[in-house]
Write a protein that binds this ligand. Structure first.
Ligand SMILES: Cc1cc2nc3c(=O)[nH]c(=O)nc-3n(C[C@H](O)[C@H](O)[C@H](O)COP(=O)(O)OP(=O)(O)OC[C@H]3O[C@@H](n4cnc5c(N)ncnc54)[C@H](O)[C@@H]3O)c2cc1C
Length: 408
């Protein structure tokens, strides 16, 4: 009989794990609590050669994953390029990657509306319990249910998400809505600009309709990091309806007065191309930045992977690639009959890489936190930010510089 795995969470980490283990001859089922097909929250994903290889390994899909920005630049307040770094890169969208991975999984093994509420281990089986009362017994349970996972405490009850002290305002605009002058820069480059105590980045991503990678059909994605103390965050997350949200706010609840403040700030702090981008965004989103670090990824037959185990801040652009690597290295460690013993090695190697990635993301973002009166702020050199943001792990080793070094 085939060994069996129950995967909790049907997003990137869950899908990579299902594809990787199926290839190893395991019987897998994915359980996703959302009852309808997942849809992207609109933002872009930076890709690397290793991510393209994982997607190919998982699905045999050898197509280019997205659209290319030929180089990285920064702009002065008049919109002229004042710094550049040669790092051509492919950017995709969450939705595109999700559909490539999801299409490779049989519908019978992807159970929507299954909210896992408890986990037990009895003898040589792990049991997932769902809110409808259903129980699923298997050889392994893989917890892949993201940063907010409550199930994680079954593996590591010390790991909790930590607010970073700043938020990312995010949005996307279709290329065909932008002026030709702005598009000339926005559609060709990964752009970073550093207002004091802040950072804004933009890059082109796939569009939504036919020919999503064709110039003119694509979208420009932006994220603007701004400090927000706990008090500021509370105010940002106070909805139009009067409801107070805690760690995220539905886009339609964001108050007009704070969106108006954002547009005004764009006017004074951003180059004209980025100002136009922000102003033409119908519905900017607020993403409070959290990170998470685990000390354990395994409790006997129960494992955590992806964001449920380690969530890095977005500066490293590593969430999806890390999830893919968690899944494929796991499947390699399941080769042997005594795979439970072998899983210690898997856990140790993933713990050290997860810690490295999260620490690096903290280091890259530390100048974005809200300052107290006594804090002095050392802004980074923009060239270092261009070199260090969203680069592959392979390049980090060969390209590390003082700003990116892990001493902070
Ligand atoms: C719908 C969606 C859209 C996203 N869009 C973007 C984006 O545009 N850009 C970007 O950079 N990142 C995005 N992300 C985050 C990015 O995909 C992750 O950081 C990364 O890929 C790691 O994914 P993950 O699978 O570990 O966690 P997540 O992507 O957070 O997925 C966790 C999944 O587990 C499910 N789940 C939670 N609790 C339970 C439970 N008890 N039982 C069953 N299922 C449960 C959730 O519904 C979710 O689908 C998105 C995530 C989601 C879910």
């Amino acid at each position: 009989m085939k060994p069996t795995a129950t995967i909790i969470g049907g997003s990137m980490a869950g899908l990579f794990a299902a594809n990787a283990l199926t290839q190893k001859g395991w019987d897998v089922s994915i359980h996703e609590k959302v009852p309808v097909p997942l849809s992207g929250r609109g933002a872009g994903i930076a890709t690397y050669d290793d991510l393209a290889e994982f997607v190919f390994k998982a699905t045999n899909n050898n197509n280019v994953l997205g659209t290319t920005a030929r180089s990285r630049v920064s702009l002065d307040l008049d919109g002229n390029i004042n710094a550049s770094y040669d790092y051509p890169q492919i950017y995709t969208s969450w939705q595109y990657l999700f559909s490539v991975l999801r299409d490779n999984i049989d519908d019978r093994n992807y159970c929507m509306g299954d909210d896992c509420v408890d986990i037990k281990q009895v003898n040589d089986k792990a049991i997932a319990v769902f809110d409808c009362g259903k129980e699923k017994k298997s050889d392994l349970i893989i917890i892949a249910n993201g940063i907010k996972s409550e199930l994680r405490s079954y593996v590591d009850n010390t790991a909790n998400p930590r607010y970073a002290g700043y938020v990312g305002w995010r949005g996307v605009v279709n290329e065909n809505q932008l002026s030709a002058k702005s598009l000339e820069i926005l559609s060709n480059y990964f752009i970073v600009v550093l207002p004091y105590n802040q950072q804004i980045a933009s890059y082109p991503i796939a569009g939504e309709g036919k020919d999503p990678f064709k110039k003119g059909n694509r979208r420009i994605n932006w994220i603007w990091y701004k400090p927000a103390s706990d008090k500021d965050l509370k105010s940002l997350l106070l909805g139009k309806s009067g409801e107070q949200y805690n760690d995220g706010i539905p886009p339609n609840e964001i108050r007009m007065d704070i969106v108006q403040d954002l547009y005004e700030e764009a006017n004074s702090k951003l180059p004209p191309q980025l100002k136009e981008l922000v102003e033409k965004t119908n519905q900017p989103l607020i993403q409070p930045i959290f990170d998470l670090e685990s000390q354990r990824m395994r409790n006997n037959r129960v494992l955590t992977i992806g964001d449920a185990a380690f969530t890095a801040r977005p500066h490293v652009g590593m969430g999806v690639t890390k999830a893919a690597k968690d899944a494929f290295t796991l499947s390699e460690h399941l080769d042997h009959n005594n795979y439970l013993e072998n899983l210690n090695n898997w856990e140790n190697s993933r713990l050290s890489e997860g810690k490295f990635i999260v620490n690096r993301s903290r280091y890259l973002g530390k100048y974005l936190c809200s300052l107290t009166e006594n804090d002095s702020l050392q802004m980074p050199n923009v060239i270092d930010v261009l070199k260090d943001t969203a680069i592959s792990l392979n390049d980090i080793n060969s390209n590390i510089n003082n700003y990116g070094a892990l001493n902070g």
